[in-house]
Design a protein around this ligand. Sequence first.
Ligand code: HEC
Length: 194
Amino acid sequence: MAQSSPAIGAVVPERREAPAPRRPAAAALRSLATLALLLAPLCANAAPPPEDIDKGKEINGVCAACHGDYGQGGKRGEYPRLAGQSPIYLRQQLTAFRKRERINLPMFPYTQERELSEEDIRDIAAYLTSIKLPTKPPEFRDDEDALTRLLAMDKVMIVPRSEGDIARGAAARASIRAWSASTPTTLGSRPMPS
Ligand code: HEC
């Protein structure tokens, strides 16, 4: 009772003023939160621009010669399937090829900075990732010709284009091995035998 008595009124103004400094602090916090909300889109803009999948598709024109039009892979797996791979993995591999941390002579020229910039790597990785290939053969209709079926199957699995001649291949391989065993070279500078 004594505390609320007007007799100690001198104390009251002091107590009334006490919360005052807290208000600006709360207001400052509120405006800080508002500022953060306002800045959020700006911060997002500071991140690298989103990948351009159309550009990735364009770049894939070069890669398709080996990896196939839809990144399905080729040559019985010699050119690996890239469709649907993780974008992080694809980017890492392309960077590793470029730095020659992963040696890949067929691809090395295509991954040079001049040919494939950081931005291109992001775009082509995003494009390849976006390709969803079927895992089962489609139901073919009777009126679909062999080429249509072949192209459809290409998306499911790597289809060898010709049977080849195993005996001739074995002979060619033996002669290449004999030649390379007798020819000292450094990596990458070895000419292919005619
Ligand atoms: C001249 C043929 C050729 C071309 C063109 C080519 N590649 Fe390759 N690529 C290969 C071969 C061969 C390999 C497998 C190398 C190995 O086994 O290490 C490979 C491997 C890769 C891999 C690693 C896949 C894995 O599973 O680890 C990626 C990613 C890749 N290529 C992306 C590309 C992209 C993107 C392009 C176009 C810019 C491209 N390649 C163009 C031949 C080629």
